[in-house]
Design a protein around this ligand. Structure first.
Ligand code: CA
Length: 227
């Protein structure tokens, strides 16, 4: 999952950045409206966190321009305490949720996870494609009720594929959403990661949860289980 944060208070930006990365997110950060606007227009991001009070163009304007240009990723705004009008204006400009400063990082993380899920049509925190269940809150995975140990990247890969269950996801798309710009983006790395994830989910090769479509990419094949 790739997250953009636009925040001009450097210590806060760095705190959020560090925390998100420790959770396995790829993070793009900007300290002003212009560069944030650009990143949201040009990068394949999954969600944006936007501070409304920015030194150049304000957060509201950034959001309006993204929405006008057809960018549909979920947006969470950060507002200053006591400025309720900002929340209204932000939501009306196209934001999906807000947090009032100061906030707990845990609350930010919980809201981001919910926004990403809901944007893909999952209303429950547990993504269930029987027998695979991925709990986005606890960040745990079970197969047939038995816990599976995954690394942060394996988890993020599975989460991305399950959020887009049934869709073909190209290697390029996966790489862009899992890794940061400056990281090693060799497609072999992704193939190895997919191979490891498959072995952990399906050691006996009975389920084949992740299909490879030659030249097109991967697809999480098990159907979504109705709640
Ligand atoms: Ca600010």
């Amino acid at each position: 999952m790739r997250i953009l944060i636009i925040e001009d208070e450097r210590p806060l930006q760095e705190q959020v950045h560090t925390r998100l990365r420790s959770q396995g997110y790829a993070v793009d950060a900007a300290s002003d409206g212009h560069s944030g606007l650009f990143l949201g227009m040009e990068y394949p991001i999954d969600l944006a966190v936007v501070d409304l009070g920015l030194p150049d163009i304000g957060g509201i304007e950034v959001i309006k321009r993204w929405r006008k240009a057809g960018r549909e990723f979920p947006i969470l705004i950060l507002t200053a305490r006591g400025r309720w009008q900002d929340k209204v204006e932000g939501l009306e400009a196209g934001a999906d949720d807000y947090l009032v400063k100061p906030f707990h990082l845990e609350e930010l993380l919980a809201r981001l996870r919910a926004l990403v899920r809901r944007a893909k049509g999952w209303s429950q925190p547990v993504l269930l494609c029987d027998p695979v269940a991925l709990d986005t809150g606890a960040q745990t995975v079970t197969v047939g009720g038995l816990p599976i140990e995954l690394t942060a990247y394996e988890y993020k890969l599975l989460e991305y594929l399950m959020l887009h269950v049934g869709e073909v996801i190209s290697k390029t798309e996966l790489t862009e959403h899992l890794y940061e710009e400056d990281s090693d983006r060799d497609s072999n790395v992704l193939e190895v990661l997919v191979g490891r994830l498959r072995r952990k989910l399906d050691p006996d090769r009975l389920l084949n949860p992740i299909e490879t479509l030659r030249g097109r990419g991967y697809r999480f094949r098990l159907p979504r289980t109705a709640a």
